[in-house]
Design a protein around this ligand. Structure first.
Ligand code: GAL
Length: 791
């Protein structure tokens, strides 16, 4: 018998997409119990016993109704913003983009040589209810838009000459799961997985490090192996730990014998001498490579890889969190998954871009609000160094709810970045006896599947009622700063482990310094704060003063579609972000950069273009992490202030155009300066890409920042020119954005108005190699072009 080890192929390309449902004349049930192959033979309303033939699979395709798409795909972001008076509540929090039903179809081939293997189609996430048919067979439905699922198509696949295979996916996104923009469609990756019938199970390894010392770590590995042959199979299970340079640093072999159609779990313990520990600062990753060989070790049958980060987690009631034995302050942000230009269908490189931006700000933790993230986000957090609070969508003990929680736990429990499991967010039953029973059930399920991490509930009420807080290991305080709840509760319950699970919700719009209820903008001074929230300073200062609070998860790292609080239509996007929906920093970003990083910096706000305010007093705020800072206007010192890096410094400055310089000093010496110059008229477009080369693989993306500058190259902070984009060569414009929460312009477009000086274009490589040239032009200002090489 000749075998090839497992293959995991991307199943993302060449889908056909149809907006809207396709009619089915008869209810189609699963299974195949008769010989009928034609729906026409069944009378109207007659019980249909067979489902071999699904007319949607064979439906004559009217090309005009279908378009070719690659996954990930979000059709919601392709729509137009709609204000529907009756549905205002419904649409407001989701961003006023209509949802609905869509269908996907893909034709694929399975070679004859695959006969005998197990063939699985794995979906990482479809928003929302999906129903999948393969070759006319109903495979199943899946309700959650946030958990993955798979179908075994081994028996109903057509191999080689048997013909082509057709997969048909109906996606019904009419119902929401949350109160934010959730997108529609197959918005995460899909995989075609082929294994031998003797194979490692789905999510089939569990790697833990119960002992972590500098000289030695103990690594426990549990591996589940399935024998899907009828007969008993024997083999060798070889497990190796590889370091970052791919050297084997520990390995173990077990003989396995598994009866036909049975599975087994093999457990082993290995020692790692002088391990490299994992932390956000040094995210050292090992890899556990699990191999199954035949009994003579001649042939490899399966290979399965699991990330391994050696780190120790400890949460205390007095001092918060310890990472690898040392106190560690959690500097986190909560984030939804969407982004400008792409909705929720993020290419992996956009996810990477977001995580890198957060890290540059000094953020070391990411809360997946309010659901599990894509697998790639967790891979990136492992690799780049970002702690993660992985979150279950809701307090739900129904079979589906429990299945979703288990799916998250089994899928994610090997990621070293994950430090806690959130069971829920702000559920109405918090603080009730019924809620406590439900939470207890979820928490206990979690402890069985992963005893190594604590559970948390992210609560906004009921902390001290109904025993709710006792049902989890960590009590989360969403907006615990209100009436100093988390400080009083610590005095009353000194053994309670607490964290600032969500805070701030301060609303600001990038580049805006006055509240504007007509346009729906919030001033960057952050004085339009919802009643449950507080300033950035207040929520972080609480954490610094009270170590028992463990850390913070600021709501949010990035703006997102929906929740335009405190506004509504025509405002369609949130204002909570420290960065806007394109990742452009707001002023608050620099508050965190000062508080959270040691790289010397100064920041001044507002911009210095107030020609209608000459002679008037301007409220200037500065942020810095130096010892002192001096402000100089047009060569004249305005004085020096001692820096508190966790606070802003305020200056009253009589406006005159020119040059405002902030100088950061340590030991009386200038360390860093920021020069802000009054800009002239918009004159030139500039383009800056995060990459100069792209992989010519149909997926890689470059994030191109577009800025409008004056004749001297100074960014014009109020510029709002409309920019037109053209692209040549093997690439396309994947989407555009500008961070304006009230913009109704389409994200899938080749034009965008700049918003306060900037907009963003996302370029995606095609398959061919060569030069991709992006040109940007506008009326009456100088155009720009940038070349990105697809290699
Ligand atoms: C929280 C909630 C978030 C978001 C936020 C806005 O209460 O958990 O999802 O709605 O408020 O401030």
């Amino acid at each position: 018998m000749k075998t090839t080890p497992r293959t995991v192929q991307s199943f993302d390309s060449d889908w056909l997409f149809h907006l809207g449902d396709l009619p089915v004349r008869h209810a189609v049930k699963g299974g195949m119990t008769g010989g009928l192959t034609d729906c026409e033979q069944i009378a109207e309303g007659e019980w249909l016993k067979i489902a071999y033939f699904d007319e949607r699979e064979q439906a004559a395709l009217d090309e005009r109704d279908w378009k070719t798409v690659n996954l990930p795909h979000d059709w919601c972001v392709e729509g137009n913003y709609v204000y529907d008076g009756d549905m205002v509540k419904h649409h407001k929090s989701h961003g006023y983009l209509p949802v609905g039903i869509g269908c996907y179809r893909k034709v694929f081939e399975i070679p004859a040589g695959d006969l005998g293997k197990k063939i699985i189609i794995e979906f990482d996430g479809v928003m929302r209810n999906s129903t999948v048919w393969v070759n006319g067979h109903l495979m199943g439905t899946h309700q959650s838009g946030y958990t993955g699922f798979c179908y075994d198509i081994t028996d109903i696949a057509r191999y080689g000459e048997e013909g082509q295979n057709v997969i048909f996916v109906k996606v019904d996104a009419s119902d929401y799961e949350g109160w934010w923009y959730e997108g529609c469609g197959i918005y995460r990756h899909v995989w075609l997985i082929k294994t031998d019938r003797l194979h490692v199970g789905r999510h089939g390894t569990y790697v833990t490090t119960p002992v972590v010392r500098e000289d030695e770590a103990q690594v426990n590995i549990k591996t589940t192996i399935y024998n899907e042959y009828a007969q008993t199979m024997s083999g060798i299970l070889k497990t190796s730990i590889m370091d970052r340079t791919k050297q084997v640093v520990a390995s173990f072999s077990n003989k396995i014998t598994i009866e036909g159609d049975r599975d087994t779990e093999v457990e082993m313990v290995m020692a790692l001498m002088a391990p490299n520990l994992w932390s956000p600062e040094q995210p050292y990753l090992y890899e556990v490579v699990t191999e199954i060989y035949d009994a003579n070790e001649n042939q490899i049958i399966d290979i399965y890889k699991t990330p391994l980060g050696v780190r120790a987690l400890q949460f205390t009631a007095d001092n918060g969190f310890y990472l690898n034995g040392k106190p560690y302050l959690i500097k986190g942000t909560c984030n939804h998954q969407d982004f400008a230009g792409v909705g929720v269908a993020l290419p992996d490189q956009v996810t990477e871009y977001k995580i890198k931006l957060l890290k540059e700000m000094g953020c070391n933790a990411y809360r997946c609000a309010h659901h599990a993230p894509s697998p790639e986000l967790l891979d990136l957090c492992d690799r780049l160094g970002m702690l993660v609070m992985d979150e279950n969508r809701k307090l739900d003990i129904s079979p589906d709810g429990i299945a979703d929680l288990k799916e998250i736990l089994y899928r994610d429990r090997n990621h070293p970045s994950i430090i806690m499991w959130s069971m829920e967010n702000e559920e109405i039953l918090e603080g009730t006896i019924m809620g406590s029973r439900m939470l207890d059930t979820l928490s206990r399920i979690t402890h069985v599947i992963d005893p190594t991490r604590p559970t948390i509930a992210c609560m906004n009420h009921g902390w001290n009622d109904g025993g709710y807080s006792n049902s989890v290991d960590i009590t989360g305080y969403n907006y615990g700063q209100r009436e100093d709840q988390y400080i009083h509760d610590h005095e009353q319950f000194p053994d309670r482990i607490m964290i600032g699970s969500e805070s701030t919700s301060c609303t600001t719009t990038r580049g805006i310094y006055e509240n504007d209820t007509v346009m729906g903008y919030c001033s960057s001074y952050g004085d339009q704060i919802p009643e449950w929230s507080c300033s950035h300073e207040k929520s972080w200062q609480d954490i610094v003063k009270h170590p028992h609070l463990t850390g913070i998860f600021v709501w949010t790292g990035f703006d997102y579609r929906g929740e335009p609080t405190p506004h509504q239509w025509p405002c369609i996007g949130s204002h909570f972000g420290i960065m806007d929906s394109c990742g452009f920093p707001k002023d608050a970003y620099f508050y965190y950069k000062a508080a959270w990083t040691d790289e010397p910096m100064v920041h001044v706000m507002p911009h210095w273009n107030w020609l209608d305010k000459v002679g008037q007093e301007i409220n200037v705020w500065t942020y810095s992490n130096c010892e002192t800072m001096e402000l100089v206007l047009n060569g004249q010192s305005l004085g020096e202030q001692v820096v508190d890096r966790n606070s802003r410094m305020e200056w009253k400055v009589k406006y005159s155009p020119g040059e405002l310089i902030a100088i950061g000093k340590t030991a009386d010496k200038e360390i860093v300066r920021k020069v802000m110059v009054t800009a002239g008229h918009p004159s030139i477009i500039t383009l800056k890409s995060d990459k100069i080369t792209l992989n010519a693989n149909d997926t890689d993306v470059a994030m191109v920042k577009v800025s409008i500058v004056d004749h001297a190259g100074i960014i014009v902070p109020t510029a709002d020119n409309e920019i037109l984009f053209t692209i040549e060569g093997p690439g396309k414009i994947l989407g555009v954005g500008n961070g304006n929460p009230s913009s109704h312009e389409p994200d899938k477009a080749t034009r965008r108005w700049a918003f306060n000086g900037h907009c963003l274009v996302i370029i995606q490589a095609a398959i061919g190699k060569g030069e991709i040239i992006l040109r940007a032009s506008s009326t009456s200002i100088e155009s720009a072009a940038i070349v990105i090489e697809a290699i």
